[in-house]
Write a protein that binds this ligand. Structure first.
Ligand code: UDX
Length: 447
């Protein structure tokens, strides 16, 4: 099937590569010429396991192509994906200018029926706006060409995007035209083999499904962070509580890890956007507000522990920081807890010696060269002459460190762990002062 994807960002590129891999003929269009040229040379702009070989192979085999020529893109695909960004505007609502610009471009160049699929995370009602923008453009051209607009949200996780896209748990399709369903079945047939993963619904419900999914997951995390804060004061251990409640199959083990706050390109933005949507229709979303507030506070947790241990003034202090990305297996630093932490430490006069397996270049890009940030080549090097170790991201390679080496290398054996990687008793027996999230007993010993 001929497919065009507008927007070679995270979602667009992964979706395009996976569709090409199963045999579709995919053309990706982006306004960024450098990005397009780089992709043709096999230089992938993001780090995502398995993506580079997938893109390169399908490009070389001719099923995946890249261009800046929008007209070419519109001519190419029966299916036209919109996968451009929806950054938050000043008040936190999703900004639709890129989505609507693509809609107009499609209408500008189309000469036959097209199915336009919204892959970007867009507020309820966007499909109608896409339709209106296209209608207007077609009218100005003085032509009448039929088209359909479908909501087809993406649920992939960074770090597992290729795997998620190859084996989706569900394919949500919102349409008001039964006749396009056959085309969508053909498009997604390779992903639908063992059992039907397609969930058909009306357009508005599909649009809301995407926000509801991300907000539910963010709610689980903020809920656990709230319980962690209670555990800390009550002398209980959130890790024990997590196991205790996760074993209830109605609750489950996923997304109940307390920590130093959620980040990334989705949760913070989507919670905020749904709050704005609710307010626009005169509904006060109390739960979503609390989810957001708790998360903002949670990102201050590590700076608070550090102040408790070292005092507010951190001039002359150096901190080893393990983990910069907002979660493991990505170099993405958007809304990462590490950023809030570093900025707090710098405000108080400290120096940060940071290490991350993938996000070093991204950190450099964001913060440039500054005297109070040292990017270190290994996690061991980051410890050198530091006053304490801080952990912000649960990379696998941080889970079983050489405790003796840490103890000998740090000025004092102090660890602030934002991801609860270690057993507090074991660390305390080994002579460490260990601050972790919601681990009441150990925190009492630490302070
Ligand atoms: C999320 C959704 O999972 C995905 O379905 C959607 O399409 C996009 O948004 P992503 O942002 O890649 O994906 O990351 P995810 O793995 O969901 O983690 C988000 C954040 O929550 C991370 O900062 C992570 O550290 C944090 N988190 C996750 C917790 O603090 N505790 C948990 O139990 C789980």
């Amino acid at each position: 099937m001929k497919v065009t994807v507008f927007g070679i960002g995270y979602v667009g590129l992964v979706q395009a590569a996976v569709l090409a891999e199963v045999g579709h003929d995919v053309m990706c269009i982006d306004v960024d010429e450098t990005k397009v040229e780089n992709l043709k040379k096999g230089n992938i702009p993001i780090y995502e396991p398995g993506l580079t070989p997938l893109v390169t192979k399908n490009y070389e085999e001719g099923r995946l192509n890249f261009s800046t020529d929008a007209r070419l893109g519109v001519e190419h695909g029966t299916m036209q994906f919109i996968a451009v960004g929806t950054p938050p505007d000043e008040d936190g609502s999703a900004d639709l200018k890129y989505v609507l610009a693509v809609a107009r471009t499609i209408a500008q160049h189309m000469t036959s029926h097209k199915v336009v699929l919204d892959k970007s995370t867009v507020p309820v009602g966007t499909a109608e706006k896409v339709r209106a923008a296209m209608d207007e453009t077609l009218k100005s051209r003085g032509v009448e060409i039929p088209f359909d607009v479908v909501s087809n949200p993406e649920f992939l996780k960074e770090g597992a995007a290729v795997a998620d896209c190859k084996r989706p748990e569900r394919i949500v399709v919102g349409t008001d035209n039964e006749e396009v369903v056959d085309l969508l079945r053909e498009l997604y047939e390779p992903f639908n083999r063992n059992h039907d993963r397609m969930i058909l619904m009306d357009i508005r419900s599909a649009e809301l499904t995407k926000y509801a999914a991300n907000c539910m997951l963010a709610t689980k995390i903020s809920f656990m962070n709230e319980i962690a804060n209670l555990a800390e004061h009550l002398g209980a251990d959130i890790e024990k509580v997590r196991q205790g409640i996760g074993s209830d199959s109605r609750i489950g083990y996923h997304f109940i890890y307390a920590g130093c706050g959620y980040g990334g390109s989705c949760f913070p933005k989507d919670v905020q956007a749904l709050i704005r949507t609710a307010q626009q229709i005169g509904y006060e979303p109390r739960l979503l507000r609390a989810v957001e507030d708790i998360n903002d506070d949670q990102k201050q947790k590590l700076p608070q522990y550090i102040a408790r241990h070292f005092g507010e003034d951190l001039k002359g202090k150096t901190f080893a920081l393990w983990g910069l990305s907002f979660k493991p297996n990505t170099d993405d630093m958007r809304e990462a807890s590490s950023r809030v932490l570093m900025e707090e430490l710098w405000k108080r006069g400290a120096t940060v010696q940071a290490y991350d397996p993938e996000a070093m270049d991204e950190t450099q890009r964001i913060y440039g060269h500054r005297d109070d940030l040292r990017l270190m080549g290994t996690k061991e090097a980051a410890l050198h002459k530091a006053d304490a170790l801080i952990i912000c991201t649960e990379w696998q390679s941080f889970r079983a460190p050489d405790l003796e080496f840490i103890q000998q290398t740090l000025n004092q054996p102090v660890i602030f762990d934002g991801r609860n990687l270690f057993d507090p008793d074991r660390l305390s027996r080994r002579g460490f002062t260990y601050y972790a999230i919601g681990r009441g007993a150990s925190l009492k010993q630490a302070s």
